[in-house]
Design a protein around this ligand. Structure first.
Ligand code: TXA
Ligand code: MG
Length: 541
């Protein structure tokens, strides 16, 4: 089949395209987002051709493109008020709404779903084609399935030359990433795919918005997702893409260490100089999110070459239009992302109760550090997860009642039986350590972390620390502090202190000992000087 390219500006283009659509043929159409591969959305045989040409999985439904907002009533029922308000605010434009489908919409268009996605594109010639054809046009992005989307007629030609009769050339697409998709079939509007219309813009109209998991996370192959298209590897060039976050200097260092001949960098214009030796290609300006959206797919297509091996890609920060760019890039990368900032120093802070750990931690926090309080984490795990409770119940049957820990009962068992106490500690220490490791993994580079744990050594947490620090204080000071802080008698304070490990234990095991001897202000200063020294040590290595 010969593929013809017709300019949108030519007089007869819309009519020619409409005739082909009516005849059940495929026509590539320009929109403000990306080019679509269009067919009569009410004709199952025409729609089947789309799936064949794209190599698209059958369970991935199509968007119905309509010429006027009012036409949504022809194809959708039970349309909520929010849909009318969104149409009023953003149509014609880069927004797709998922609504309950009328029976007139064939099952192959909706992939068997009871809902249909509709959109009124902001492109004069395409709306004219729809009007002249007298049917809605079902159109996915015109790329071959899995490839970066098509934002110029040439991209479409490269993917479909010889397979479709007509490409309508409307020039490069203005927005450059596919439409924002919002599902209006549930109680609350749900964002299924970020695009040129931002979450903030949607919230201004509908008041409330749930961000679907698929917007920011990778989806397991077998999970049921709201927008079936979100689960496939997408937008991917024929080489591996790794997103590298962190400052451009840190990223350049990371790339220099991992660069192999042929590799490329995909970055912002502002960064071209830093990455000059890694054959960078810029997809837009970091300071101009519109330019990033508009340039992303063309750049990914340029990098579509197995000989490149690896593309190191930079992504913008932000929750507006940047979200759409992040989403497409992360999918192109199969969600492979590395934080190039070196990890901050991890400190283990320990010592008996009443020594002044809290003062030290406050100073640390004021210096920009992040605190992980193991006692608090333990209580959070009991409250929010079931894994820890289940493990306790399995070992100490009857100690968990209705998802709550019966502390008295548990204490009764472990305080009279050292072996049982050891078992309980193994369970709780293991759970807390696992959670601390998970949080460390999610802590952005560069930020120092203090792990606050009285059982720092018994729990094995000391092994993940770069340095361990014990806080000590004279016994009399500790007694007074505990009496005042926890409203205890002298005997109770002593009893609590004696139930813990002796000072000598913490002294022997820790790398550093901070003695809280003088007054509070003096200790604070001591801590500050200590951190200043320690943190510069790490930065210099
Ligand atoms: O900007 C765009 O939306 C472009 C242009 C051509 O209009 N079209 C586009 O189509 O991006 P496509 O097929 O590449 O992406 C449509 C997405 C898919 O992720 C699909 O799963 C989802 O919309 N979708 C379609 N119908 C749906 C439905 N009834 N419920 C949930 N998701 C749906
Ligand atoms: Mg697509």
């Amino acid at each position: 089949m010969k593929t013809v390219l017709l300019s949108a500006e030519e007089h007869n283009t819309a009519l020619t395209a409409a005739e082909l659509i009516k005849a059940g043929e495929l026509v590539a159409i320009p929109t403000e987002t990306v080019y679509g591969l269009g067919a009569d959305g009410l004709n199952p045989e025409a729609v089947a051709k789309i799936f064949r040409a794209k190599g698209r999985p059958q369970d991935n439904p199509l968007i119905l493109h309509i010429a006027e907002a009012a036409d949504m009533e022809k194809f959708c029922h039970d349309i909520p008020d929010a849909a009318y308000r969104l149409a009023e605010a953003f149509w014609p434009g880069p927004l797709t709404m998922v609504l309950p489908a009328k029976d007139i919409v064939p099952k192959c268009t909706t992939a068997g779903l009871p809902t249909v996605a509709v959109r009124c594109p902001d492109n004069a010639v395409t709306r004219e084609i729809i009007r002249l054809a007298g049917v809605p046009i079902a159109a996915p992005s015109a790329n071959i399935s899995g490839k970066p989307s098509t934002t110029t007629a040439q991209h479409v030609y490269n993917d479909h030359n010889g397979k479709i009769p007509l490409i309508v050339d409307g020039g490069p697409c203005r927005v450059g990433v596919e439409s924002t998709i919002v599902d209006l079939t549930e109680e609350k509007p749900r964002l299924l795919r970020p695009g040129g219309i931002t979450p903030h813009q949607l919230v201004e109209v509908v008041g409330d918005l749930i961000l679907d998991k698929a917007v920011t996370q990778s989806i397991e192959k077998d999970t049921v997702v709201k927008a079936p298209g979100m689960k496939y590897r997408h937008y991917a060039p024929e080489c591996q893409v790794i997103v590298v976050t962190g400052s451009k200097e840190a990223a350049a260092k990371y790339i220099a260490e991992h660069y192999k001949p042929g590799n490329r960098v995909l970055c912002f214009e502002e960064e071209l100089e830093v990455f000059a030796s890694f054959y960078p290609i810029a997809y837009g300006k970091e300071s101009d999110e519109d330019s990033l959206m508009a340039g992303l797919f063309a750049a990914l297509r340029e990098l579509d070459d197995p000989a490149i091996g690896t593309v190191f890609a930079r992504r913008p920060n932000g929750s507006g239009k940047a979200l759409a760019v992040q989403n497409r890039l992360m999918k192109a990368a199969g969600f492979q992302s590395v934080d190039a900032e070196p990890k901050g120093l991890v400190l283990g802070i320990t010592g008996g109760t009443g020594c002044g750990k809290t003062t030290l931690l406050k100073v640390f926090e004021q210096a920009g550090g992040l605190i992980m309080d193991c006692d608090q984490i333990y209580h959070e795990l009991l409250k929010t997860g079931t894994a820890l409770l289940d493990a306790i119940e399995a070992h100490f049957p009857g100690c968990v009642e209705g998802k709550k820990l019966n502390r008295k009962k548990l204490a009764g068992i472990v305080f009279s039986d050292p072996a049982a106490l050891k078992d309980l500690n193994a369970i709780t220490h293991g759970a807390v350590k696992k959670e601390v490791l998970r949080r460390l993994d999610h802590t952005p580079g560069g930020i120092p972390v203090a792990i606050d744990a009285i059982g720092l050594f018994e729990s094995g947490l000391a092994e993940v620390c770069d340095v361990t620090v014990a806080v000590t204080a004279p016994e009399e000071d500790r007694i007074n502090r505990l009496m005042a802080r926890d409203n205890l008698t002298r005997e109770q304070a002593l009893e609590r202190m004696n139930a813990q490990k002796p000072e000598s234990y913490f002294r022997e095991k820790s790398d550093y000992v901070l003695e809280n001897t003088g007054d509070a202000e003096e200790f604070r200063k001591k801590c500050l000087v200590f951190f200043q020294k320690l943190l510069t040590i790490k930065e210099n290595t």
